[in-house]
Design a protein around this ligand. Structure first.
Ligand code: FES
Ligand code: FES
Length: 452
């Protein structure tokens, strides 16, 4: 069953479009609704409130809303990085059209998202590298997310700002001048995939699948695949002409400024971002990379090895904690809802699956115990002679017990192709049927024996 995921973005995401167009999102049974951010505070308010599920945002926002009480929302929250996404996508300081020289900027406004934000700190540092000081030489004006700042720069409402993700190329095409790149400041991380802890913990499987899709799509793009899809998306979503769209694609595959193909958060990039925050934000100079990482900034489960096993022949890697019941992963994370939840105590047989061929109640089997094993659910058995025989005997009434019966009977016939009626009755004794269809079930299994 396809699940929806609401993704907050500060600029239209070509990566998301390519993930959709390539079929990767559909294959993971996900459908994305992209929600455009107007500013960092509004965006994080939505993330914490659950209006959006995940965010493609600056890692500095995670530092601010996780560790700094004096942030615009007035409190800290369990917001986490699930994966690194890009190295800034061309993030650079720009002078607006008509400003030929850096000296022209003296006394003119510098546009930022809000005055205390990761991109604002980059703007201050790059401006300082040009010999001008934000605030003293150039008044700082809050103008919101990147596309809004690009519009303001081109309309002359600010003389300089930082732009990226296609807004930089569009502005360049209309006469803005690129003064300095964020990548000159050291290893840098422009965008991460982030989520609010309670959502992560309640819906790990859906967010894990989404993270895998994004990282795999980034890896394919970095490897030179899906370029036409990316170019088309850059034209339609970012409003670039063909030439600029092709330059944009070169940016997203750039090893420094482009997509992060393995999704891993490089410690050195956090050093750069923490350093900028400590230099320009006055309120939190005690923050260090060590503290940030030790405090749970990155949720390692999303890029860690996870727990590997096979389900119906397909390899699966689950980030769920080892104590999670197998049935939870099968039904909620993998969408295999044929396995029924009955008693939840290993007594009724409704949830039976095969683990390395043995009928096993998935409700009280912890995930850690199936590491590297083969799990087969009722979906993986189909079509099985027992299923047809149950239909032929019209054995099911409500049908709730039938998945477990099919799995258990299939295990019996695999071990003993011609069991006696007594052996069938003894073997199926653990499958409760509250509708009282037991005799018809036994007849069906005998019929299946005759059919095979
Ligand atoms: S739900 Fe697993 S045995 Fe009853
Ligand atoms: S058919 Fe209803 S519980 Fe078995």
């Amino acid at each position: 069953m396809t699940q929806k995921i609401r993704v907050g973005t500060f600029s239209p995401s070509v990566l998301l479009s390519v993930a959709a167009e390539s079929g990767a999102l559909a294959a993971a049974e996900l459908e994305v609704e992209e929600v455009a951010a107007t500013s960092s505070p509004a965006h994080f308010r939505e993330l914490v409130a659950g209006t959006i599920d995940v965010s493609l945002t600056s890692p500095d926002n995670l530092l601010a809303y996780r560790y700094v009480d004096a942030n615009p929302l007035g409190g800290t929250f369990d917001v986490r990085i699930l994966a690194a996404v890009d190295g800034g996508l061309g993030l650079s300081l720009f002078a607006g059209p008509g400003h030929e020289d850096v000296d022209d900027l003296m006394g003119l406004p510098l546009g930022v998202d809000v005055s205390v934000s990761g991109f604002a700190f980059v703007a201050y540092e790059l401006l300082a590298g040009q010999g001008l000081h934000a605030g003293m030489d150039c008044p700082v004006v809050p103008l919101g997310a990147t596309p809004r700042r690009a519009e303001a720069l081109l309309a002359g409402r600010c003389a300089a700002t930082v732009l990226n993700a296609g807004s930089d190329l569009r502005a360049e095409g209309q006469g803005a001048r690129r003064l300095a790149r964020a990548s000159s400041l050291g290893p840098y991380l422009g965008t991460v995939l982030a989520a609010h802890g309670p959502v992560v913990d309640a819906d790990t499987g859906r967010l894990w699948r989404f993270t895998q899709v994004l990282v795999a799509t980034a890896a394919r793009l970095a490897a030179g695949q899906l370029r036409e899809e990316a170019t088309r998306s850059a034209i339609s979503r970012l409003g670039l002409d063909d030439l600029a769209a092709r330059r944009y694609v070169e940016t997203i595959v750039d090893p420094v400024e482009g997509l992060v193909p393995d999704g891993k958060v490089a410690r050195e990039s956090i050093d750069t971002i923490v350093g900028l925050r400590n230099r320009y934000s006055r309120s939190d100079s005690s923050l260090t990379t060590e503290k940030a990482l030790a405090g749970g900034l990155v949720d390692d489960r999303f890029l860690g090895p996870g727990l590997a096993f096979r389900v119906n022949g397909d390899p699966v890697v689950s980030p769920a904690p080892g104590a999670t019941a197998l049935i939870h992963v099968l039904r909620n994370d993998l969408g295999l809802v044929g396995t029924r939840f009955g008693c939840g105590s290993g007594l009724c047989g409704a949830c039976l699956v095969l683990v390395d061929g043995q009928p096993t109640p998935a409700c009280d089997t912890p995930l850690w115990s199936v590491r590297e094993k083969d799990v087969v659910t009722v979906e993986g058995l189909a079509p099985h002679p027992v299923q047809q025989a149950l239909v032929d005997e019209q054995a099911a009434q409500c049908g709730y017990c039938m998945s477990g019966i099919v799995v258990n009977a299939a295990a019996l016939l695999a071990a003993e192709p011609a069991p006696s009626e007594g052996a069938i009755r003894r073997h199926l004794d653990r499958n409760l049927c509250r509708c009282g269809a037991q005799n018809r079930v036994v007849r069906a299994v005998r019929r299946a024996v005759e059919m095979t």
